[in-house]
Design a protein around this ligand. Structure first.
Ligand code: SAH
Ligand code: SF4
Ligand code: F3S
Length: 436
């Protein structure tokens, strides 16, 4: 049997896309392997979000190419966002046999059968309607407890720093019934948690002759699958997260109390240059609304340091916003200029690398302090944890996440993965709650 090995980089949507690719290839007679040396086809599902993401993948292409040279007949495929961004430039390297963009995975079998040593194959067409709604992903998670479900693809925002609209194309929502069916399917297979994925889940919208389903309604539909099935989602956009969504969360105990709400910057002037379409005040108002409706809601964010023209004052605004909100944790990045984006074409990447890193380190240091504060504030509380399995650090303990997404560890009793455990927080680090 033909064997395929896939490495996945980038966001959770890419993880789910790899599961879709496995499903498409399985139907074409390919078996999945986790051992590169056994594979006939080596693929990387790639990410272009920052330059360092792409640099890492160039390193993997070298490794794959060595396999290709030492084992004749082995094929190398690059798929995903970097395939979409670089297109035939990847073929020019002569290290790659196959280049496929995020909307063209259905053509993989056809392309694979057409490859010859002199005929590498490429399909990077973006689509207006592809959502892979009818494909049941081959789950690649290790624990069988938590599954990703993509509810939409693409992005219609044009944040000036971001390549995603170029690599993933226009936003389109998937049929809600196919989403609910997939949630029922995984629940039937023993999964206890689904994470609904999209670049901007709040703009999810499905219309047909009989109904209009927005994100709040979709959340309700998925939450109704079973009270035993937890529902998470990512990513929310501050400009679009509605009161209706916040209230729907509050009304359903199995919708987890966690919102990932990327702020990017605390300076309204910079937010405008980033084309985020909200102000610092708007963001703070959304946070206040969330906390007034769900005081126990976990909040996390993304922050970019050193975007074009960022002054020390703008940077101080970011720090003060982070200080004021107190996020549970954050993904923090130095700005990376991406070819073809609006910022790349019309702005100057003028904060020197050293200074970007200095600002980034200040942001990280502040966040570490805030995380510890946020985790400490949980001590004494009772939380419900979905057991994922033994803790990696100490196998005599179990681990799992609280509704607010904080990782918890606690002594193993006669609980198994997939069970819910009611525990009390007794101590913490800045990334883990220690419970009894
Ligand atoms: N759709 C989500 C995030 C997508 S990308 C949203 O709108 O928030 C994930 C994160 O990568 C972004 O939130 C941003 O913080 C970061 N990012 C995107 N482009 C970047 C760039 N050019 N340089 C540095 N960080 C970037
Ligand atoms: Fe990129 Fe903005 Fe779309 Fe997020 S919302 S994927 S940051 S363009
Ligand atoms: Fe990366 Fe593409 Fe996701 S650029 S972050 S893999 S949408």
């Amino acid at each position: 049997m033909k064997k395929v090995y896939i490495e996945t980089y980038g966001c959770q949507m890419n993880v789910n896309d790899t599961e879709v690719i496995f499903a498409i290839l399985a139907a074409d007679g390919w078996e999945r392997t986790e051992d590169m040396s056994q594979a006939n086809l080596l693929m990387a599902n790639t990410c272009s979000i920052r330059d360092n993401a792409e640099q890492r993948i160039w390193g993997r292409i070298e490794v794959f190419n060595q396999q290709r040279k030492s084992r004749p007949g082995v094929l190398v495929g690059i798929v995903g966002c970097m395939a979409e961004r670089l297109k035939d430039k990847l073929l020019d390297t002569r290290k790659v046999d196959l280049v496929v963009g995020p909307d063209a995975y259905r053509s993989l079998p056809k392309l694979l059968s057409a490859i010859t040593p002199d005929n590498p194959q490429i399909d990077v067409l973006l689509s207006r309607d592809e959502t892979y709604a009818d494909i049941t992903p081959v789950r690649t998670d290790k624990n069988g407890i938590s599954a990703f479900i993509s509810i939409m693809r693409g992005c219609n925002n044009v944040c000036s720093y971001c390549v995603v609209p170029y690599t993933r194309g226009a936003e389109r929502s998937r049929d809600p019934h196919s989403i609910v069916r997939e949630a029922c399917d995984v629940f039937g297979k023993g999964y206890k948690e689904v994470t609904l994925l999209g670049q901007n889940v709040d703009s999810y919208l499905w219309k047909d002759e009989t109904q209009t389903v927005n994100f709040a309604r979709l959340l309700e539909m998925v939450a109704a699958v079973s009270p035993e099935l937890r529902v998470r989602f990512a990513t929310s956009h501050p400009k679009d997260i509605s009161d209706e969504v916040i209230e729907t969360m509050a009304a359903h105990p199995n919708i987890c109390r966690h919102i990932h709400l990327p702020v990017q910057s605390g300076s309204t002037r910079l937010l405008e240059k980033m084309r985020r379409k909200y102000t610092r005040e708007w963001y703070l108002e959304r946070v206040a609304k969330i906390r007034s409706v769900m005081p126990d809601c976990g909040l996390t964010t993304d922050v970019i340091a050193g975007f074009c023209s960022e002054t020390l004052e703008d940077h101080a605004d970011t720090l003060s916003l982070m200080d004021q909100v107190g996020f549970d944790w954050a993904f923090m990045f130095a700005y990376s200029d991406r070819p073809g984006t609006l910022a790349n074409r019309t702005m100057v990447d003028d904060v020197p690398a050293d200074e970007k890193n200095r600002r980034l380190n200040e942001i990280i240091e502040l966040q570490n302090r805030k995380s510890l504060e946020r985790y400490r504030a949980q001590i004494g509380k009772k939380v419900r944890v979905l057991v994922e399995g033994p803790s990696k650090r100490d196998p005599s303990q179990l681990c799992g996440r609280a509704s607010n997404n904080m990782m918890c560890v606690f002594p193993a009793r006669d609980l198994r993965k997939g069970d819910y455990a009611d525990v009390t927080v007794v101590d913490c680090t800045s990334a883990t709650l220690i419970c009894e």
